[in-house]
Design a protein around this ligand. Structure first.
Ligand code: VTB
Length: 314
């Protein structure tokens, strides 16, 4: 097994240290420096690991992102050939405003197995594990998806809970959800976390849907794969520039609907450390000169999905 679970601690240190690096920016209304601190730390930690790593989803392209840009080589250059998706601060607003939900996130897979997602929006739908074929689909109407899910889960429609980003672009969907009288959980940002709420009954979310970031969709898909959950996504290319970049990345069918295993293949790992408290993990705590962090870890091949606690002294 290439991605041995022994690597987990080495990689937890990456998102955990990045989360700690933002600690001094929590509630400082300074998204840019919060992000910069996490990016610098993540990059420096990744470069200390023995591997031939490459960023496939990062902070943008070389021109507009000097670090952790798409295509950047990371690690010592020898050893495991791995591709990375990183979001050093998912929910920069949460961190800047000291609101719940800020995370430092990273996913990795063997070279070529992690979808190289363009920085455009993605229409997404996610639900729990063991969803039968033709039960839920991005192309079904909202009504059909909700009714099918209600039958499958043996839950009344009014008890189905749907998580969606609170955005004007979702006005129609939210209108339909209200008409169906399902329970709606509206989130302000952070749709990696939103999508992951379908992974466990304890989060009380039956369905996640709507349009959010494409890179965030790939990150969520990686963890959802380890949980055996359902996910589909379709990129939305609006501008000529979006289309040119997609073509350059080898995406020719611009309206393709991607199933989970077209986005993430083979073995993979996912790490999300809390910066501020959230549904998935607690935020960074600093007590008696010691930092405490919590990281949600998934590893597909060993069926690991756990929350690991880390301690780092200053
Ligand atoms: C989501 C969410 C992010 O962007 O992807 C969202 O996960 C989508 O973009 O936390 P808009 O804000 O333009 O709707 C974030 O909210 C910020 O990156």
């Amino acid at each position: 097994m290439t991605l041995s679970k022994n690597l987990i601690n080495e990689f937890i240190d990456v998102t955990s240290s990045a989360a700690i690096a933002t600690y001094n920016y929590i509630g400082k209304n300074d998204k840019i420096n919060a992000d910069r601190a996490a990016v610098d730390m993540m990059r420096s930690k990744l470069n200390k690991i023995k591997m031939d790593g490459k960023i496939v989803i990062g902070e943008g392209e070389l021109d507009d992102a000097p670090m952790l840009y798409i295509g950047e080589k990371i690690g010592s250059g020898d050893g495991l050939r791995l591709d990375f998706a990183v979001d050093p601060v998912e929910g920069t607003n949460f961190v800047a405003k000291n609101l719940n939900g800020g995370l430092s996130v990273m996913a990795l897979a063997e070279r070529g197995n992690l979808f190289n997602a363009p920085e455009t929006y993605m229409n997404k739908i996610a639900s729990c594990k063991d969803i039968p074929d033709n039960c839920i689909d991005l192309d079904f109407s909202i009504e059909k998806n909700i009714n099918n899910l209600s039958d499958f889960k043996k839950k009344k429609v009014k008890d189905i809970i749907v998580c969606i980003l609170d955005r004007p672009r979702h006005k129609d969907i939210i209108g339909k959800l209200k008409k169906l009288q399902v329970q709606i959980k509206l989130i302000q940002d952070g749709d990696v976390s939103g999508a992951l709420l379908v992974s466990d009954k304890k989060y009380n979310v039956d369905l996640f849907l709507g349009i959010g970031g494409g890179p965030e969709g790939v990150l969520a898909a990686c963890a959802l794969d380890a949980y055996g959950c359902f996910f589909q996504g379709r990129f939305l290319f609006k501008t000529k520039n979006d289309i040119n970049r997609a073509n350059a990345m080898g995406i020719n069918d611009l309206s393709k609907k991607y199933n989970l295993n077209e986005i993430i293949k083979g073995d993979s790992m996912f790490f999300a450390t809390g910066i501020t408290n959230g549904d998935l993990v607690k935020g960074v705590e600093f007590k008696n000169n010691i930092f405490y962090t919590e990281t949600l870890v998934t590893h597909k091949n060993s069926s690991i999905n756990i929350v690991k606690k880390e301690i780092a002294s200053t």
